[in-house]
Write a protein that binds this ligand. Structure first.
Ligand code: NAP
Length: 288
């Protein structure tokens, strides 16, 4: 009998996290599906029931240090090990940030999208080292290519890329594989849906940037986004492949559109060249 592999996923109440929790369980992982408010687990549990899998739902708010520690300690206690973490929880914002946003709003974005990822990774790393596990983070094409009017989100996702790229060779030297899964546009999630925010309210709050914001919205609306949009399940499938791969790449675009979008900026799309370079710094070019 093989030992069940334990996978913890953040932000599983909706979207990519929900789909990934079910997909990981279907792939045979004992899945710890975490969320800020387990009272909102209904859609996840319904999807799990439809898929014929069970999940271990637990509370974890990535911005709450006590909940991160409590959850990882409880997983170690109850399951005895942890083989994989998927940092999925994230928030969007869509406002002309530099002048019109507040420092508090800018910090709140990085608190979830960057420091939340780091807090969970930090707490999980001793367990991942013990199991020879892996750390997978949901990045974004906007963690590589900047997007107008989305500065704080892009800054956070760029920070995640930089942090994980720097961590990867050191983690590999201690048996942990680090990857960033990079979607482009994913439809059917709760991302970017703000009931009280619409084009008019954002334009009204845009001050001197209103005409530029209007031009931006017109440009976005005019795009067909041919081949760009994916479903949460498509991304979940890529995450599960990453969890199972013997030698997962560092940077993994989730479809051809995302790959080609990254190519406009990167020639080292999957991070192989930079990874080899970084591993030579620790005298370990042979590491995966
Ligand atoms: P989503 O449906 O809004 O899911 C985001 C999840 O993160 C929700 O479950 C949300 O939980 C959770 N979350 C937010 N703040 C949290 C916190 N402090 N602690 C724990 N969980 C928290 O959006 P999604 O599209 O699936 O996004 C998932 C990831 O994919 C994000 O990292 C996002 O940046 C990335 N991504 C999305 C797209 C896209 O086009 N949708 C593209 C590229 C990358 P609550 O229900 O409690 O708010």
């Amino acid at each position: 009998m093989t030992t069940p592999r334990i996978c913890l996923i953040t932000g599983t109440s909706s979207g990519i996290g929900l789909a990934t929790a079910v997909a990981a369980a279907r792939a045979g992982f004992t899945t710890v599906a975490t969320m800020r408010d387990p009272d909102r687990a209904g859609p996840l549990l319904d999807a799990a029931e439809r898929a014929g899998v069970s999940l271990d739902v637990r509370r974890l708010d990535v911005t709450d240090a006590d909940s991160v520690t409590a959850c990882t300690e409880a997983v170690a206690r109850d399951h005895g090990r942890l083989d994989a973490v998927v940092n999925n929880a994230g928030i969007s914002n869509f406002d002309p940030t530099l002048e019109m946003s507040t420092m508090a709003a800018l910090r709140a974005n990085l608190e979830v999208n960057f420091f939340g990822v780091i807090a969970v990774s930090r707490a999980a790393m001793p367990l991942l080292r013990a199991s020879g596990g892996r750390l997978v983070t949901i990045g974004s094409v906007h963690g590589v290519v900047g997007q107008p009017f989305n500065e704080a989100y892009c800054a956070a996702k760029f920070a995640v890329e930089g942090f994980m790229e720097s961590l990867a060779p050191v983690a590999a030297a201690h048996g942990v594989k680090v990857s960033v899964v990079v979607p482009g546009f994913v439809r059917g999630t709760s991302f970017g849906i703000f009931p009280d925010v619409n084009r008019k309210t954002v334009e009204a709050a845009s001050g001197p940037y209103a005409p530029t914001f209007a031009d931006y919205i017109a440009w976005v609306g005019g795009q067909g986004w041919e081949g760009a949009g994916q479903q949460p399940q498509d991304v979940a499938d890529v995450v599960v492949d990453t969890l199972r791969a013997d030698r997962p790449a560092f940077r993994i675009p989730t479809n051809r559109w995302a790959a080609e979008y990254l190519d406009q900026k990167l020639t080292d799309r999957d991070g192989g060249v930079v990874g080899t370079l970084a591993r030579t710094w620790i005298g370990r070019p042979e590491l995966p």
